[in-house]
Design a protein around this ligand. Sequence first.
Ligand SMILES: Nc1nc2c(ncn2[C@@H]2O[C@H](COP(=O)(O)OP(=O)(O)OP(=O)(O)O)[C@@H](O)[C@H]2O)c(=O)[nH]1
Ligand SMILES: [Mg+2]
Length: 382
Amino acid sequence: MKIKRFVGDSFPEAIRQAKEQMGNDAVILYSRKYKEGGLFGLFGREKFEITVAVDENYRNGAEHLTIPADDYIEISEPDSSQFEVHSANEILQEIKLMKDMVEELRERIDDESTQDIFGRNGRLLFKHLVSQNVDEKLASRIVRTVEERAEAEQVHDYAHVRNLCVQVMAELIRKPRDIEFKKGKSRVVALIGPTGVGKTTTIAKLAARFSLIEKKKIGLITLDTYRIAAVEQLKIYADIMGLPLQVVYKPGDLKAAVERFSNRDLVFIDTAGRSPRNDEQMAELVALFQEAEPDEVILVLSATTKSEDLLDTFKRFNIIKIDKIIFTKLDETNCYGSILNTIHRTKKRVSYVTNGQNVPDDIELLDDIQLAQMIMGDDLGL
Ligand SMILES: Nc1nc2c(ncn2[C@@H]2O[C@H](COP(=O)(O)OP(=O)(O)OP(=O)(O)O)[C@@H](O)[C@H]2O)c(=O)[nH]1
Ligand SMILES: [Mg+2]
C-alpha cells in the first residue's frame, strides 16, 4: 500500500494532484481543511489536505478518487497542523502491538476475576486461604477443585466445602515422610539450611526421639566448627543423651567419621548455617557431600519466612539434592500457607515440623490431613 498526503488551495486542487501522481485507483483515507500562517489560527490562508492510498484490496470504506472533483467529503477534525503519514508496515506493527496489549490485558483480567466466578462459599474460602498466605493462584486452583467436587446442594454448606478444601490441600501436600531406614544398614542424614532456622536444635530433638523412643543407636557428627559455641551446643545435648559426637574440622575427615559410625543405626550430620546467597559457602557444602554422600539430605526452613524467600532458598540449596523439608518455628506464626506454597512449587515432601524450643518435645510428624487442617486454620466461614 502506498500512502501520500496532498495539500492544495481547494479540495479539487488537492484531488487533482493526487490523481496525477497516484492514478484513478487511489482512495481518500482522510481529508481536512486547516489554516496556515496567521496568528492563533486567525487570518491564515485556508489549506485543503487529503491523504490518499493506492491498494487493490483497500477499496471498501474509503472514497474513490473518481468522484466528481467538487463532490469531496469533508471530515471535520480538530485543527492540528501536524499530521504524519505512516507507511503500511508501521501501521501493521502498531496494530500487532495493540493486539498483544489487548491479549495481555485479557489474561490479566482472567487471572484477577477467577474469584468472581466462584460461588459465595468459594469466595469466602478463597479469601480465607489468601489470608493464610496461600498463593493466590494456588488458592484459586484449590477453590476451583473444591467447587467441582462439591455436589450442587453441598456448595451452600460451608462446613462441607471447608472439609473438601482440607482434602484437596492434603492431596497437594501428600504423605509426609519419616526418616527411612534400610534393614541392617546405617542411615546417614544431613540437615542443611540457612542460619538460625533450628538445624542443631532439630537434630537434638530427632536424636532424642529415635534413641529414647525407637531405641535406635545414634551417632552425631558436626561440621559446624566456625563457632566454638556451635560445637558446644550439640555437645551438651550429646552428653545429656549419652550419644557419641564427632567434630569434623577438615572436609577430608567426613568420610572417615561416617565410616567410624557404620555400626550405628542412624547418624545425623549437623552443618553450619549458610547464606544461600553466598556462593563460596554453598560450593563448600557441595564439596563436603561429594566426598561422603549422606543417604538423606533434609532442608530445614523456618515457617516464619515468606514464601518467595523460602522458594529462593530451596532453589539455591538444591544444588545438593534435597530429599525432604523440615519446617521449624511453627509456634511463631499463625499462617502456614507458605508451607503449602513451598511444597507445591518444589514438589518435595514435608518431613517433621517443629513448634518450640523445647528439646525433645517440640517436634511432630504430622500427616497430610493434619498439615492441611493446620494450614486451613480456624476458619468458620464468617
Ligand atoms: N520458637 C522456636 N524456636 C526454635 C525452634 N527451633 C529452634 N528454635 C530456636 O532457634 C534458635 C536457633 O536454633 P539453632 O538450632 O541453633 O539453629 P541453627 O539452624 O542450628 O543455627 P546455625 O547453626 O547458627 O545456622 C535457637 O534459639 C532455638 O531455640 C522452634 O521450632 N520454635
Ligand atoms: Mg546450628
